[in-house]
Design a protein around this ligand. Sequence first.
Ligand SMILES: Cc1cc2nc3c(=O)[nH]c(=O)nc-3n(C[C@H](O)[C@H](O)[C@H](O)COP(=O)(O)OP(=O)(O)OC[C@H]3O[C@@H](n4cnc5c(N)ncnc54)[C@H](O)[C@@H]3O)c2cc1C
Length: 437
Amino acid sequence: MVPGMGDEAGVEQGPEAGPWRATREAGLDRWRGFAPRASRYAALRNRVEPGHPHVSRLSPWVRSRLVTTEELVGTLLSTQRFGAVEKLLQELVWRDYWKGWLEWRPGVWLAYQDALRRVLREGPASVLDRADAVMAGRGGVAVMDRFARELMETGYLHNHARMWWAGYWCHVERLPWVLGADFFYRHLLDADPASNTLGWRWVAGLQTRGKAYLPRRSNLERYGAPEWLSDTRGIERLDDHVVTACPLESEAPAARVRWASLPEVPEVTPGRWGLWVHGEDLTPELSGLGRFRPGLMVTVMDARVLQGHRPSALRLDWMKEGLADARRRAAAHWGCPALQVEAGTEGFPEALARLGSAHGLEGWVAMRPSVGPLGDAVEGIEHALARAGLGMKWCRRRWDEAMWAHAHAGFFPFWEKVAPRLAEAARGSATQGDLGL
Ligand SMILES: Cc1cc2nc3c(=O)[nH]c(=O)nc-3n(C[C@H](O)[C@H](O)[C@H](O)COP(=O)(O)OP(=O)(O)OC[C@H]3O[C@@H](n4cnc5c(N)ncnc54)[C@H](O)[C@@H]3O)c2cc1C
C-alpha cells in the first residue's frame, strides 16, 4: 500500500502482472511471453484490462535500455511479416521519434521545467490543493481515481489510461498540464523526459496546435474494463457532450537546434579510460562500446539530482536495481572492476572527477544523455572533469543517430523514412538466441 493512501482498496494487478524487476533477464522474459501475441497487438492494444494482456508492459526496460528497441524490432522482423506487426513496430519507434524530436528542440524541456517551478512556487493554493487531491486518487471520478492509484502502486499505466487521465487532468479538472506531467514523471517506472513531456503536450493540445485529446465517456466504456467502470461516481463529468478542450496560453514555436553527431566508440588508449554507465542506457556492452576496453566501470546515484526530481520509492528501487544489473553484466563482459558511487553532497560530476583521479584515468567515456535531467548535467560534468585534468568522451548508438535524423517534423514523415530502413538497421542487432525466439 502506498503511504498516505489510507484504507483505499489496493489496485488489482491481474494474473499477468508479475513482478517488475529491473534486470535484463526479466525484460527478456516479459518479451518472450508477449512476442507470440504481437500480431494481435494492432486489434487489441487499446483495450485497458486487468493485467494488461494486450500490450507488452516493457516500457520500463526499454526506457532504461535494459532491452533495446533495435533488438525487439530485429526479432519481430525476423519472425513475423512486416504487415502483421507494423502497428507494434510503429509504437516501438514512437519512443525514438519523441526522443529525437526533443533533441531537435531542447528548449521545450527547459520551458516545461521553468513552468513547473513557477507553478509550484506561485500557483494559487486552490489549484495546488485540488491537484494534490486528484493525484492522491481523491478527485471524485471513480475510474480516474483508480488510475491514479494504479500509477502510484505499480509505476505503470496503459497508454490509453495515460491519455484518459491526462485528458481528464487538463480538460475536465483544468489543472496546469505541467503539474500532471510531473506527477507521471515521479511515479512512472518508464518516466522519460521526451515521451512524458511530449505526450502531455499532445494531450493538452500544445504539441499539435488545435488538436487536444479529450477523454470521453463513450471511449472509456468502449475500451475500459467493465469492472473498473462499475463504480460510476463522477463519470457524468466525462459525458461526451460535457468535455471541451481547455483554452491554452499562446506559445512561441520552439527553436530547432542541430545536435552534433557522435562516435559509436571513442578512440582512446585501451585500459586508461573509465566507463560511466547511467540509467539512459544500461546495456552499453550491446552497443559499439562493447568493443571498448575500460579500465574501470562505474554507476552513480546522485542524491541532489534525485531530490530535485522527487522520484517515488518504487522508481528509486527500480533505478538502483537496474544499475546493479548493469554492473553485473559489465564485470562479466569487460572483466574490469565495476563500482557504484553514491554521490551525496559533492554531486556526481565531482564524484566522477574524484574517482577518475584516484584511479589514474585519463578520463571517462559514456553514452551522451539525451535531453532531460541527465542531459542538463552534461556541462557540469565536462567542467568538473576538465578542472581535474580529465577528459570526457561522449558516444551515441548508430540507431539513435539514424532515427533522430528524421525526427525533426511530424511522426508520419518520420515513419515513411524509417520504415523501409528498419529491417536493414535491425539486421545484426537481433539476438534471437538471447530472446528465445
Ligand atoms: C501523457 C502520456 C505520458 C507518457 N509518458 C511516457 C513516459 O514517461 N515514458 C514512456 O516510455 N512512455 C510514455 N508514454 C507513452 C506510452 O504510454 C508508453 O510508452 C506505453 O504505455 C508503455 O506501455 P507498454 O510497454 O505496455 O507499451 P506497448 O504498447 O507494449 O508498446 C511497446 C513499446 O513501444 C513504445 N511505445 C508505445 N507507445 C508509445 C508512445 N505513445 N510513445 C512513446 N513510446 C511508445 C514503448 O517503449 C513501449 O514499451 C506516455 C503517453 C502519454 C499519453
